[in-house]
Design a protein around this ligand. Structure first.
Ligand SMILES: NC(=O)C1=CN([C@@H]2O[C@H](COP(=O)(O)OP(=O)(O)OC[C@H]3O[C@@H](n4cnc5c(N)ncnc54)[C@H](OP(=O)(O)O)[C@@H]3O)[C@@H](O)[C@H]2O)C=CC1
Ligand SMILES: N[C@@H](CC(=O)OP(=O)(O)O)C(=O)O
Length: 379
């Protein structure tokens, strides 16, 4: 049994202590089932990336290339600070331009990832110019009429939207995407009535500067120096803390409330009871989540593992005999969301409760990959 292999393109299963399949990595073909083969092509859409110098913007470039996303031209946009910076991408040199109101003339798809205030200022400008916007920020997620899409979950929400026709589509919150990749197939099988989530969120969710600060602080603490605290107000290395988003009057922070509201919108069901506790941990780029699910009908561990094994974009690491379950490092730089610790909730007398542990790359499936998959629906 190989435990720690990077799992591109192989399938391995093993029976764990309980008789459940322990490890199911999806073969390359199923991982890439939503991908479109092309690249630079005269009949591809003209595309733009807003926030290209950031952690997510850079991942957009990698994902577009990795998936051979078809494009006829690409425009790299960021703030005036980055104008003139050059990137080598897809065999050509590209220069970053300052984002302005005239940036979107002739652009058919724009991937926005420069924060909510930039999206609020420029997404409608882009849409009015005929550019279809996939927005990675939270600015429009709860706006009526703006689809909020995880392609494996609710791809039909794209409706008749197409590249070059204008309109805005929102990319969900990363913790929500990662939770729903695992919870949705089980919801479809046995209907979730209540979901309790606790997250362990990586530095990447707070941007490149937070990742840099975690690395710097780790060195400083090991060298016995006081840690630099520019991004977060206290030590991050060798520590963890409640998510840094603003706290609301009900004692939930914004990240926690996003998980509640966005799940209701994506599932189209506001009667599912959801509560979340979001925690920032000193991990570089993959979020982990502990999820407790209560179902309307009973579901066994075996059925749950079977359902998850067949779910697109989900891989299973669930080896009880080896105490081997998903880790953030397994998920880092991977497309799939990893699920393990699949077990009956023993606090219940019936078989209507399950616990799971889930890990997903925050920058990839939590942000850039999901947005590019949405853009593929527009072609
Ligand atoms: N789906 C999700 O859960 C996630 C959503 N996000 C969203 O994406 C955004 C970016 O995240 P991330 O890449 O991690 O952040 P970074 O801080 O790493 O990057 C920010 C980017 O925004 C650009 N930017 C900032 N100000 C302006 C401006 N005035 N005009 C044009 N561009 C500007 C920056 O350009 P410059 O270098 O020139 O300053 C940079 O390219 C987040 O703020 C969030 O809204 C991010 C992660 C996950
Ligand atoms: N969810 C990210 C932060 C973020 O960018 O969220 P949103 O896209 O919902 O603003 C985190 O890990 O902190």
């Amino acid at each position: 049994m190989r435990h720690c292999e990077r799992c591109r393109g192989f399938l391995a299963t093993r029976t764990g202590l309980s008789g459940l399949p322990a490890t199911v990595y999806k073969p390359a073909a199923s991982r890439r089932q939503l991908s479109i083969r092309a690249a630079k092509t005269a009949d591809g859409p003209s595309i733009a990336i807003v926030g290209v110098t950031g952690a997510v913007g850079q991942e957009f470039l990698r994902v577009l290339k990795d998936r051979d996303f078809p494009y006829s031209s690409i425009k790299l946009l960021a703030s005036a600070r980055s104008a003139g910076r050059e990137y080598e991408w897809d065999g050509a040199r590209h220069t970053v331009e300052e984002l302005t109101e005239s940036s979107f003339s002739g652009v058919e798809i724009a991937l926005f990832s420069a924060g909510g205030s930039i999206s609020k200022k420029f997404a409608h400008v882009a849409s009015d110019a005929g550019c279809t916007v996939v927005d990675n920020s939270s600015a429009f997620r709860m706006t009526e009429g703006v689809p909020l899409i995880i392609p494996e979950v609710n791809r039909d929400a794209v409706g008749s939207m197409k590249a070059g026709k204008g309109g805005i589509i929102a990319n969900p919150n990363c913790s929500t995407i990662i939770a729903l990749m695992a919870a949705t197939p089980l919801h479809r099988a046995a209907k979730v009535k209540r979901m309790v989530v606790s997250t362990y969120q990586a530095a990447s969710g707070a941007g490149q500067a937070a990742m840099d600060e975690l690395e710097l602080q780790t060195r400083e603490v090991l060298e016995g120096k006081p840690p630099t605290t520019k991004i977060f107000p206290f030590q991050y290395a060798f520590n963890l803390f409640s998510h840094n988003s603003p706290m609301g009057p009900n004692g939930y922070n914004e990240e926690e409330m996003k998980m509640v509201k966005e799940t209701h919108k994506i599932w189209g069901e506001s009667d599912v009871a959801i509560t979340a506790t979001c925690i920032r941990v000193p991990i570089m780029r993959a979020h982990a989540e502990s999820i407790n699910l209560e179902f309307e009908r009973g579901i066994s561990e075996e059925e749950a593992v079977e359902v998850l094994s067949n779910a697109p974009g989900v891989s299973i690491i669930n080896d009880r005999s080896a105490n081997r379950f998903p880790t953030p490092l397994d998920a880092s730089h991977q497309d799939d969301v990893y699920v393990g610790r699949v077990r009956r909730d023993i606090s219940r007398k019936d078989d209507k409760g399950l616990d799971l542990f889930v890990c997903g790359d925050q920058i990839k499936k939590g942000a850039a990959l999901n947005a590019v998959q949405i853009a593929e629906l527009l072609l």
